[in-house]
Write a protein that binds this ligand. Structure first.
Ligand SMILES: [Zn+2]
Length: 273
């Protein structure tokens, strides 16, 4: 039964058994963006995938295909890019908010129509989660589902402090994919034509052991949130594409609230989470 927890890898019988055991689906979100010179572009994606796969093995549920593109370049992202990248090519796989949020809405529809009653939306790219929550909020006004939307630094808030391509993030990648980290490249920030490339000041202090501590704490917190979201509502009717379009109209009507279009620091706006 534990051969794989990935939806795309499961045989039908295995899928049904896992789903009957716990009708919960995980959606890992990440993207390719600069993470300094020592770490691979997909750091955010690998964190999210690892947490979702480990959670499914430990707590149950199925991991949906990864969403490997994410919101960037708008709102607070724009001045951030200017500050940490300058005018070099960031080799970035970002999409605008309306594209990602609309995709997420139809992913939520696909999940409930496929029989899932609870959804974990776990983003390794921190800052956009308020808008992901807005989509979930409007979705659940039409169809009941337990939706847990969280960024990985939120899972360790008060214990560890998230960063961008510094000790916090590189340690996690060192633990889950050591083959994608080369700490000897940290020094390139001073000589590369790419400049600093968004590298954190304390990147050289990263260690797999620190990454393991962060990720284990994250999993414990995720397990608590999953337990708290039960019991799930088992009586959820399928949602048509037209009915989902109605939800999208409500989300689009709240465009003024989309955090990813605002230049305000998302961490200042998210203090109540
Ligand atoms: Zn990152």
């Amino acid at each position: 039964m534990n051969r794989t927890v990935r939806w795309e890898e499961l045989l039908p019988r295995e899928f049904v058994v896992r789903q009957q055991h716990l009708p919960l689906v995980y959606l890992p979100l990440g993207l390719c963006e600069p993470h300094g010179h020592a770490a691979a572009f997909g750091l955010d994606t690998f964190k999210a995938e690892w947490l979702c796969e480990q959670a499914a093995h430990r707590f149950g549920g199925i991991v949906a295909p990864t969403q490997g593109y994410h919101i960037h370049e708008t709102g607070y992202h724009r001045p951030w890019l200017e500050e940490v990248i300058g005018d070099v090519n960031p080799h970035l796989a970002g999409v605008p908010p309306d594209v990602l949020l609309r995709m997420l809405l139809f992913q939520l529809r696909a999940f409930t129509n496929a029989g899932f009653r609870a959804i974990v939306v776990l983003t390794g790219h921190h800052g956009n989660q308020a808008d992901l929550r807005l989509v979930g909020e409007e979705f659940t006004r039409t169809r009941n589902a337990a939706i847990i939307t969280v960024s990985d630094p939120e899972l360790v808030r008060g214990v560890y402090t998230g960063d961008h391509a510094g000790r916090y993030e590189l340690s996690q990648l060192l633990y889950v994919r050591p083959d994608l980290v080369d700490l000897s490249r940290v020094a390139d920030a001073g000589s590369s034509l790419l400049g600093r490339f968004a590298q954190g000041e304390d990147a050289s202090e990263a260690s797999a052991e620190f990454g393991r501590a962060i990720l284990e704490h994250s999993l414990d917190e995720l397990g608590r949130r999953i337990a708290a979201s039960q019991p799930f509502d088992n009586d959820v009717a399928p949602l048509s594409i037209d009915a989902t379009e109605d939800i999208w109209h409500r989300i689009a009507a709240r465009r003024d609230e989309w955090r990813t279009l605002s230049e305000d620091d998302p961490d200042q706006a998210d203090v109540a989470l």
